[in-house]
Design a protein around this ligand. Structure first.
Ligand code: DGL
Length: 259
């Protein structure tokens, strides 16, 4: 058993959508969350730079004695988790676009995936999409500008709704019956998507499944906490705190410099 904290990081506020699930499943655990927004969006960085940022954040979280790291970012997972596992002895749980369940459940044989350029162009995404997407048409679409808009407080704007509509309309026309949200920022768009998508299209978001995986790893390694009290969450951001303040009260947001 271990009362050390769980480290969680993302390029910005997206990972808070996963942290929400983690918190409700593991309420007694302490968490340290980093939004690396000084370097966001990761989707526009080279694979090498995504690995460097992920290494730097992991290094800092390990210095804070984290017992497990949750890479709450599809772009960082698909580009960097292998290198993180090679260089750090602690367990990692990442998040990848949930192509497998969508490919198993589709009736039309067409699945849409919305993700960042960094995720869609990664080797790991290509591997998953080829092995689970057999016999299924996978329509990949880069969610260009969505992360920046969410970070800058335009989550509820008409502009984001129109942009989303333009990304998903071709998927609807080509018969997709599942839409995989391949970026942790996108679950915040679910209310808009539910409104604009035809009812038969299922939104697939794997935050719940990833939270359960974290619980399994903690149990297997006997790393769960002993505490019976509600755990603490400490929030950090490497850039401007405004984006975090959309979700977390301002006195809870700490700034941090990780070059
Ligand atoms: N939340 C990150 C993800 O899941 C966004 C990446 C970005 O900053 O472009 O991919």
């Amino acid at each position: 058993m271990s009362d050390r904290p769980i480290g969680v990081f993302d390029s910005g506020v997206g990972g808070l959508s996963l942290l929400r699930e983690l918190r409700s499943l593991l309420p007694n655990e302490d968490f340290i969350y980093i939004s690396d927004n000084a370097f966001a969006p990761y989707g526009a960085l080279s694979p090498d730079d995504i690995r460097k940022r992920s290494q730097a954040l992991t290094h800092w979280l390990c210095e804070q004695s984290c017992k497990i790291i949750v890479v709450a970012c599809n772009t960082a997972t698909t580009n960097a988790i292998e290198s993180l596992r090679k260089t750090h002895p602690i367990p990692f749980v990442g998040i990848e676009p949930a192509i497998k369940p969508a490919a198993l459940q589709t009736k039309t044989g067409v699945v849409g995936v919305l993700a960042t350029k960094g995720t869609l162009s990664s080797g790991l995404f290509h591997q998953t999409s080829t092995s689970y997407g057999q016999g299924v048409r996978i329509l990949e679409k880069e969610g260009k500008h969505l992360v920046e808009m969410i970070e800058s407080g335009k989550l509820h704007s008409k502009e984001i709704e129109q942009l989303l509509q333009s990304y998903i309309q071709p998927m609807i026309e080509q018969g997709a019956d599942h839409l995989v949200l391949g970026c942790t920022h996108y679950p915040f768009l679910t209310p808009i998507l539910t409104r604009i998508l035809p009812q038969h299209i299922k939104i697939v978001d794997c935050n719940g499944a990833v939270a359960k995986q974290v619980e399994r790893v903690l149990n297997k390694r006997e790393l769960g906490c002993e505490s019976q009290h509600l755990g603490n969450i400490t929030y950090f951001c490497t850039g401007d705190s405004q984006s975090m303040r959309q979700f977390v009260s301002s006195d809870e947001v700490n700034t941090l410099s990780i070059p």
